[in-house]
Design a protein around this ligand. Structure first.
Ligand code: UDP
Length: 374
């Protein structure tokens, strides 16, 4: 008999399992995949830690979360500074003085501000004081027409498979707009990549915890739940309830990875392809997350991954929840069901149906631990 059955060996499940085990609880972690660590899984390929399920850059302003994750690995000083490629033009991201200078030839913040005001004027006037109702309105009123057309529209419509006019505004609010020459993609206080990759972090969290891989909760539900007092479920909440109110929508991804016999392919960890015609959204060159082209760990080969957004259908890997009004309302119904359960905790991006980053997931898991164990 287990005190907790944790379904899913990703970050939420691993933090919870680690903390429960530390408190003397009997914990079983299962995952239907053949490896732990969920989508933060990294694999060493000839000296390069490959982010198998897309770029994972740890960033947070939450000191508790930052201190927590440091127990499990040393972090390097990586600062995410993606480059956007639109046709043959290159731009720095996020939207900052470098971008404005490349886009319009402006040199000072005052010149950039003047240009931004001109670019935004039409959209701001159209809003007439109300909040942007969709991503297009949000982007146009934030950075104006040129940046929207070249750096946002194509990328976003590929990424989400929907028109920007049909997407929620909050998605684009993730990106900073700055009048300084600073290409740091995140505003957070702490940032880095674990030296040696993410898998070791989850391995350490699950050290001494019983883990069974290749186990599908839904195929063995009866026996598994009969053997546990409580369940921590980090899969899709709608699947848990057998889609009784209908299917939540997700966005999926397909990754195409190549190992190339050259030292340096693109000179940066992340290059976004922002035009609609290129079918992938970005190319990740994994070694640059760890300064693989410099210093002692230089390798003669490099591993790159093209990331293709994909329609999600039942059975595919769900990567992003579609947090629009319709889906959030449907989630609220599942959430209300979940609130009536005394013995099931839902966690993580899929269990809570939220566009969480890693630091959010850890904060949620620690909050859940606090509630459970005081
Ligand atoms: N985005 C964009 N152009 C870019 C990068 C991002 O328009 O070159 C928009 C896009 O709508 C995307 C959102 O910003 O969905 C958030 O991007 P982020 O890089 O934070 O997404 P993630 O890494 O979580 O996929």
């Amino acid at each position: 008999m287990f005190d907790y059955l944790v379904v899913g060996a990703g970050l939420f499940g691993a933090v919870f399992a680690h903390e429960a085990h530390k408190r003397g609880k009997r914990v079983l972690v299962i995952d239907r995949r053949s490896h732990i660590a969920g989508n933060v899984y990294t694999e060493n390929v000839g000296g390069i830690n490959v982010h198998k399920f897309g770029a994972h850059i740890f960033h947070t302003s939450n000191k508790e979360v930052w201190d927590y994750i440091q127990q499990f690995a040393e972090f390097n000083r990586y600062t995410n500074s993606p480059v956007a490629r639109y046709k043959d033009e290159l731009y720095n991201l996020p939207f900052n003085m470098n971008t404005f200078s490349q886009m319009w030839g402006v040199k000072t913040p005052a010149e950039a501000q003047k240009k931004l005001d001109e670019q935004k004027a039409e959209a701001v006037a159209a809003l007439n004081g109300r909040e942007p109702a969709n991503l297009e309105e949000q982007a146009l009123s934030l950075v104006g027409r040129d940046i929207y057309e070249k750096l946002i529209k194509g990328y976003t419509e590929k990424q989400w498979g929907r028109k920007c006019t049909e997407l929620p505004a909050f998605i684009i609010k993730r990106l900073p707009v700055r009048l300084v020459y600073d290409n740091n993609y995140f505003n957070d206080k702490y940032q880095g990549i674990p030296v040696g990759g993410y898998t070791q972090i989850v391995e350490k969290m699950l050290d001494d915890v019983e883990v069974r891989l290749g186990v599908d909760f839904f195929k063995e539900r009866g026996a598994l739940t009969a053997n546990a007092k409580k369940i921590v479920f980090t899969g899709m909440i709608d699947e848990y309830y057998d889609y009784r109110f209908g299917e939540l929508e997700y966005r999926s991804l397909r990754f195409e990875t190549e190992d190339l016999p050259q030292e340096n392919f693109q000179g940066n960890a992340v290059v976004n392809y922002t035009e609609a015609q290129v079918p992938y959204t970005r190319i990740i060159e994994h070694k640059h997350f760890e300064f693989g082209c410099q210093g002692g760990n230089a390798t003669e080969h490099t591993v790159i991954t093209r990331e293709y957004p994909a329609t999600w259908r039942r059975g595919d890997e769900p990567y992003y929840p579609m947090n629009d009004e319709k889906n959030n309302a449907l989630y609220a119904k599942y959430r209300a069901m979940a609130d009536t359960e005394a013995n099931v905790i839902f966690g993580g991006r899929l269990g809570m149906y939220k566009y969480f980053d890693m630091h959010h997931v850890i904060a949620e898991a620690l909050a859940c631990v606090g509630k459970e164990f005081g």
